[in-house]
Design a protein around this ligand. Structure first.
Ligand SMILES: *[C@@H]1O[C@H](CO)[C@@H](O)[C@H](O)[C@H]1NC(C)=O
Ligand SMILES: *[C@@H]1O[C@H](CO)[C@@H](O)[C@H](O)[C@H]1NC(C)=O
Ligand SMILES: *[C@@H]1O[C@H](CO)[C@@H](O)[C@H](O)[C@H]1NC(C)=O
Ligand SMILES: *[C@@H]1O[C@H](CO)[C@@H](O)[C@H](O)[C@H]1NC(C)=O
Ligand SMILES: *[C@@H]1O[C@H](CO)[C@@H](O)[C@H](O)[C@H]1NC(C)=O
Ligand SMILES: *[C@@H]1O[C@H](CO)[C@@H](O)[C@H](O)[C@H]1NC(C)=O
Ligand SMILES: *[C@@H]1O[C@H](CO)[C@@H](O)[C@H](O)[C@H]1NC(C)=O
Ligand SMILES: *[C@@H]1O[C@H](CO)[C@@H](O)[C@H](O)[C@H]1NC(C)=O
Ligand SMILES: *[C@@H]1O[C@H](CO)[C@@H](O)[C@H](O)[C@H]1NC(C)=O
Ligand SMILES: *[C@@H]1O[C@H](CO)[C@@H](O)[C@H](O)[C@H]1NC(C)=O
Ligand SMILES: *[C@@H]1O[C@H](CO)[C@@H](O)[C@H](O)[C@H]1NC(C)=O
Ligand SMILES: CC(=O)N[C@H]1CO[C@H](CO)[C@@H](O)[C@@H]1O
Length: 747
C-alpha cells in the first residue's frame, strides 16, 4: 500500500510534466556523441499493463531499425538513458568516467548494429546518488561544466533520484529576511564555501577566516537553477532542501517567544561555531518558515519535486530522549512539510542510527519515525549498508520506505578499496527480505577513485541476482581503456588480481576506503588504525606490486596506452597505493630504530631521508595528473570569484578542509588527500619535523604534546599561504612514463 501511493505520485509526475519529451536524452547524445545524433531514436512507451497503481520498475529495449538506426525504447527517461548506456558499454565498449571525462566518442565511426534486441529491467524503482557532504568534499567549487559531466554520468548509470543541494543559502536568506531579520543577523550564521554541508544540517554555524559573501550565495543559487533544470530534462526527480529548524541565534530578536534550544557540540568545535540553535518544530513559526522556504524555492526552481531532504539530528543529540518529545518533533516537522506541499515526502539520512547508536535505541527510532504517521511520506537512506546496515535492527525502519546505499569512503580519502561481495549479494538479500526497500544508491562522502565499485552497485539495480564480478571486471576493463588500441591481457590480469584482493575486503574491522599514514600527523604509536577511518590494508602489498607491474607492462605491448586518460589516471592511482604501502614499512623501521636500545642519529636520519625521498618521488608521479594535484582544487576555489580578497578566502577554505578541518584542527586530516603539492608542501615538512624531533629527543623524554605544538604552528601557517594569490603548484619533472621507468627502487 505504502509503496503504491509513492508510485502513483511518481508516475503522475512523469506523465504530468513535459518530461514526456525525449529531448533531454537527445541533448545528452548531442553533448557526448555529436557525430551520432542521427544514429539514435528514443521512444517512450507505456509498458505492459499500463496500470499505474502497480509499482513498476524501469525497463528498456534496444534494437536496430530497418534503416540502420539504434532504437532505444523504454518506459521512462531514466530507462532510455540506461538503455543507451547499456548499448554503449556492452556493444560499443565505451563509457564516461569521473576524473577522466566522457570517452563515449572514441568508438567506431559506424555504430555496430544489433542482431537481437537487448532488454533490461530495473529491480528497484529508485536509484539514488549523493551524500549531503559530497556537495562540500567534492562539488564545493564545481562549475556548471563539472555539473554537466556529473549529471550525464548519473543519467547514463540510471540514477533517477539525485540530491540537489546547491545554493540553498539564498532561499534561507530570503526566508529570514521576510520575518524581519537583517543581513547582519543572518549572514554570520552561514559557513564558508567548503563547509556548507555541515551548516545545513546543524553541526556547525558561522565561518572562520572570513564571512560568506552575498556574491557566493547568489552565484550558487544560479548554479542550482541550471542543475535542477538539467536533472528534470534527464528524467530525474531532484531531492530539494527545505527548512530544517537550524536558525541563527539572533532570531530571538524578531521571534522573542519562539521555542528554541541549543543543539549539542559537534566534534569539539568552539561554542561560537557549534551548539547550533534549533527552532523546535512544535513552535508555530516552524511551519511558517517551512511554507516560506518551500514556496520561495518553487517560485525560483519550479514545482519539480515533492521529495525534500531534512536531517535534524545528524551527529547532533536531540534536546531530549523522551519518546513523546521525539515523536512530537517529527510529527510537527512532517505536518509543516504537508502544509507547505500536500504531497511532500521527507527524506532523511539514517546515519545517526549508526553513529549515535547508544542514543538511538529502537524505541527512540520508532518514536521519531512514528511521528510521520503515513509511512509513504518518508524515505530513509540506509547510508552505510555495505558495512553497517541498520535496516534489520530497525525492522526495515518500522515500515518506512528506505534505500540500500554504499558509502564506501569518508572525506574523499583515496585508498584503493572495495567490498565486491557485500555490494552485490547484500542488496539482493535485502530486497528479498524487506518489502519497504525501494531503491539502491551511492552515498560516498567524496567521489574518488574506485569507480568500478560505484558502477557495480548501480548496475546491480538492474540484475535480479548478485552480479558475477569476474565477467563484470573484465567487461569494465575493456571499456575503461577504449580508444587507444588493444587492451592487453596484462590489464585484464591486473584487474582480476585486484578484484579478488584490493576490492574483496571481507575483514569487518576495516570498514571503508583506507588512507595513507603519511597523510596523518606523525607519532610513534597509533598510526595504524582500523574502523571506518582505516589506515590498515587487508591484502598483501606484494599482490598490488604484481598488479602494478602487469599494468605497467601493458604499455610495452601497446605504447599508445600512455595517451589513454584512464590508463594515465589508473597508473598514478595504483602507484600512489603501492608507495603508500611501502611507506608503512619505512615508518615501521623508523620506529624500530628509534625505540631500540642503541638508537642512533645516523640510522634515524638515513631512514628519514628514505621517507622524504619516497614522498618526493610519489609527488612527481601525482603531479603528472590534474586529478591528483592540489592546484586543481585550489585553482577551482579561486576561480569562484574575481575579487582578490574573496579568492583568498575561498582558497583558505579549500586548504582548511583538506588539512585542519576547522579553525584549529578540530577534525584534523579527516579529508586528507594524496595530492601533488600537498605531499611536498605539507606532509614532507611534518615528517621532517618528526624525524628531527626523534633525533633531538630520546624515547624516554618523548612528549607528544610538545611535538604536536610544532605541527600546529606549521599547519596554521600553511592555511594562510594562499593570501598572496599564488597557488602552490609543485613542479612537474617529466612525463608519467619517464618517471615510472625510474621508480624501480621503490617497487
Ligand atoms: C491495477 O493494480 C491494482 C493493484 O495491483 C489493482 O487493484 C487494480 O485492479 C488494477 N487495475 C486494473 C485496471 O488492472
Ligand atoms: C547556466 O548555464 C548556462 C548555459 O546554459 C551558462 O551560460 C551559465 O553560466 C550557467 N550558470 C551558472 C551559474 O553556471
Ligand atoms: C511574547 O510573549 C509575551 C508574554 O506572553 C507577550 O507580551 C508578547 O506580546 C509576545 N511577543 C510576541 C512578539 O509575540
Ligand atoms: C554545547 O553542547 C554541549 C553538549 O554537546 C553542552 O555540554 C554545552 O552546554 C553546550 N553549550 C551551549 C552554549 O549550548
Ligand atoms: C507550483 O504549485 C503551486 C501550488 O499548486 C502553484 O500555486 C504555483 O503557481 C506553482 N508554481 C510554479 C512556478 O509553477
Ligand atoms: C558485510 O556485510 C555483513 C552483513 O551486513 C557484515 O556483517 C559484514 O561486516 C560486512 N563486511 C564488511 C567488510 O564490512
Ligand atoms: C573474497 O574473500 C572471501 C573471504 O576470504 C572468499 O570467501 C571469497 O571467495 C572471495 N571472493 C573473491 C571474488 O575473491
Ligand atoms: C582484520 O584486520 C585486522 C587489522 O589489520 C587484523 O588484525 C585481523 O587479523 C584481520 N582479521 C582477519 C580475519 O584477517
Ligand atoms: C602519540 O603517541 C604517544 C606515545 O605513544 C601517545 O601517548 C599519544 O596518545 C599519541 N597521540 C595520538 C594523537 O595518537
Ligand atoms: C628505503 O626504503 C626502501 C623501500 O621500502 C627499502 O627497500 C630500503 O631498505 C630503505 N632504506 C633504508 C635506509 O631504510
Ligand atoms: C642527534 O642530533 C641532534 C640534532 O639533530 C642532536 O641534538 C643530538 O645531540 C644528536 N644525538 C646524538 C646522540 O648525537
Ligand atoms: C510493468 C511491466 O509490464 N513491465 C514489463 C515491460 O516490458 C518488459 C520487457 O518486455 C518486461 O520485462 C516488463 O515486465
Amino acid at each position: 500500500m505504502l509503496l503504491s501511493s509513492l508510485w502513483i505520485w511518481t508516475t503522475c509526475l512523469i506523465l504530468g510534466a513535459s518530461a514526456q519529451s525525449t529531448q533531454g536524452i537527445l541533448d545528452l547524445v548531442q553533448r557526448r556523441l555529436p557525430d551520432h545524433v542521427n544514429d539514435f531514436e528514443f521512444q517512450l512507451v507505456t509498458n505492459g499493463t499500463g496500470n499505474i497503481t502497480e509499482p513498476s520498475n524501469d525497463n528498456y529495449i534496444v534494437s536496430s531499425t530497418a534503416d540502420g538506426k539504434i532504437l532505444v525504447a523504454g518506459n521512462s527517461l531514466s530507462a532510455l538513458s540506461s538503455g543507451l548506456h547499456r548499448y554503449l558499454t556492452d556493444v560499443v565498449h565505451v563509457d564516461i568516467f569521473w576524473y577522466i571525462g566522457s570517452q563515449l566518442d572514441v568508438g567506431p565511426s559506424t555504430l555496430p548494429t544489433l542482431n537481437s534486441p537487448i532488454t533490461g529491467s530495473s529491480i528497484v524503482p529508485w536509484r539514488y546518488h549523493f551524500n549531503t557532504v559530497t556537495f562540500s568534499y567534492t562539488a564545493a567549487f564545481w562549475k556548471w561544466e563539472d555539473w554537466e559531466l556529473e549529471l550525464d554520468w548519473l543519467a547514463l548509470r540510471g540514477v533517477n533520484l539525485p540530491l540537489a543541494w546547491v545554493g540553498q543559502e539564498k532561499v534561507l536568506l530570503d526566508v529570514f529576511q521576510e520575518i524581519g531579520m537583517t543581513d547582519d543577523e543572518i549572514i554570520p550564521f552561514f559557513s564558508g564555501p567548503a563547509f556548507q554541508a555541515w551548516n545545513r544540517f546543524g553541526n556547525i554555524q558561522g565561518s572562520w577566516g572570513g564571512q560568506l559573501p552575498i556574491e557566493w550565495i547568489d552565484n550558487q543559487f544560479e548554479l542550482q537553477k541550471n542543475v535542477t533544470k538539467r536533472m528534470v530534462e534527464l528524467g530525474m526527480t531532484p531531492v530539494l532542501p527545505c527548512f530544517t529548524g537550524f536558525v541563527p541565534r539572533t532570531i530571538s530578536r524578531v521571534l522573542p517567544n519562539a521555542t528554541i534550544v541549543n543543539g549539542s557540540d559537534w566534534s569539539g568545535f568552539p561554542v561560537e561555531y557549534t551548539n547550533v540553535t534549533f527552532l523546535e518544530p512544535v513552535d508555530p513559526t516552524f511551519a511558517v518558515l517551512q511554507k516560506s522556504f518551500i514556496s520561495k524555492q518553487a517560485e525560483s526552481l519550479g514545482n519539480i519535486t515533492h521529495i525534500y531532504t531534512l536531517d535534524q539530528y545528524n551527529e547532533n543529540n536531540p534536546y531530549s530522549g523522551d519518546l513523546d518529545y521525539l515523536r512530537n518533533v517529527s510529527y510537527n516537522t512532517w505536518q509543516s512539510l504537508k502544509a507547505a506541499d500536500p504531497e511532500a515526502i521527507w527524506m532523511m539520512q539514517g546515519w545517526l542510527f549508526f553513529s549515535l547508536s547508544s542514543f538511538w535505541t529502537n524505541d527512540r527510532i520508532e518514536a521519531y519515525l512514528g511521528g510521520v504517521e503515513n509511512d509513504s511520506d518518508m524515505i530513509v537512506i540506509d547510508l552505510f549498508s555495505e558495512t553497517a546496515p541498520q535496516w534489520q535492527r530497525t525492522n526495515s525502519y518500522f515500515g518506512k520506505p528506505w534505500l540500500w546505499c554504499q558509502l564506501h569512503d569518508f572525506g574523499g580519502n583515496l585508498g584503493l578499496y572495495g567490498q565486491i561481495m557485500n555490494v552485490t549479494i547484500n542488496p539482493i538479500e535485502a530486497l528479498a527480505n524487506s518489502s519497504s526497500l525501494i531503491g539502491f544508491g551511492l552515498t560516498m562522502e567524496g567521489q574518488e577513485g574506485n569507480e568500478i565499485m560505484y558502477d557495480l552497485l548501480l548496475d546491480q539495480a538492474w540484475s535480479e541476482s548478485p552480479i558475477e564480478t569476474a565477467t563484470y571486471f573484465s567487461n569494465w576493463v575493456t571499456r575503461r581503456y577504449a580508444g587507444n588500441g588493444v587492451v592487453t591481457n596484462d590489464l585484464y590480469t591486473a584487474w582480476e588480481m585486484m578484484r579478488t584482493t584490493v576490492y574483496n575486503n571481507t575483514n569487518s574491522t576495516v570498514q571503508a576506503v583506507t588512507k595513507s599514514i603519511f597523510e596523518l600527523e606523525p607519532n610513534i604509536t597509533g598510526m595504524f588504525r582500523t574502523g571506518h577511518h582505516s589506515t590498515t590494508i587487508t591484502y598483501s602489498p606484494n599482490i598490488l606490486i604484481e598488479a602494478y607491474t602487469l599494468m605497467f607492462n601493458a604499455s610495452k605491448t601497446n605504447p599508445d596506452l600512455w595517451n589513454n586518460p584512464a590508463y594515465q589516471y589508473d597508473m598514478v592511482d595504483v602507484t600512489r597505493q603501492v608507495f603508500s604501502n611501502s611507506f608503512d614499512g619505512i615508518y615501521r623501521s623508523l620506529i624500530a630504530a628509534y625505540t631500540s636500545s642503541n638508537a642512533s642519529n645516523t640510522t634515524i636520519s638515513s631512514i628519514g631521508k628514505n621517507m622524504t625521498s619516497l614522498l618526493t618521488t610519489l609527488e612527481s608521479v601525482l603531479l603528472t595528473n590534474s586529478a591528483f594535484s592540489l592546484s586543481t582544487w585550489l585553482s577551482a576555489a579561486r576561480a569562484a570569484s574575481t575579487n582578490t580578497t574573496l579568492e583568498s578566502f575561498y582558497e583558505y577554505n579549500a586548504r582548511n578542509q583538506i588539512t585542519l578541518w576547522g579553525p584549529d584542527g578540530e577534525i584534523n586530516d579527516y579529508a586528507s588527500k594524496s595530492w601533488g603539492g600537498l605531499l611536498s608542501g605539507y606532509y614532507v615538512p611534518r615528517w621532517q619535523t618528526f624525524v628531527d624531533y626523534l633525533m633531538d629527543v630520546p624515547l624516554a623524554s618523548y612528549n607528544y604534546t610538545e611535538l604536536n605544538e610544532k605541527f600546529l604552528g606549521f599547519e596554521l601557517n600553511w592555511q594562510e599561504q594562499g593570501v598572496n594569490g599564488t597557488v602552490q603548484q609543485g613542479s612537474q619533472v617529466g612525463s608519467l612514463q619517464n618517471i615510472l621507468e625510474g621508480v624501480g627502487r621503490w617497487i
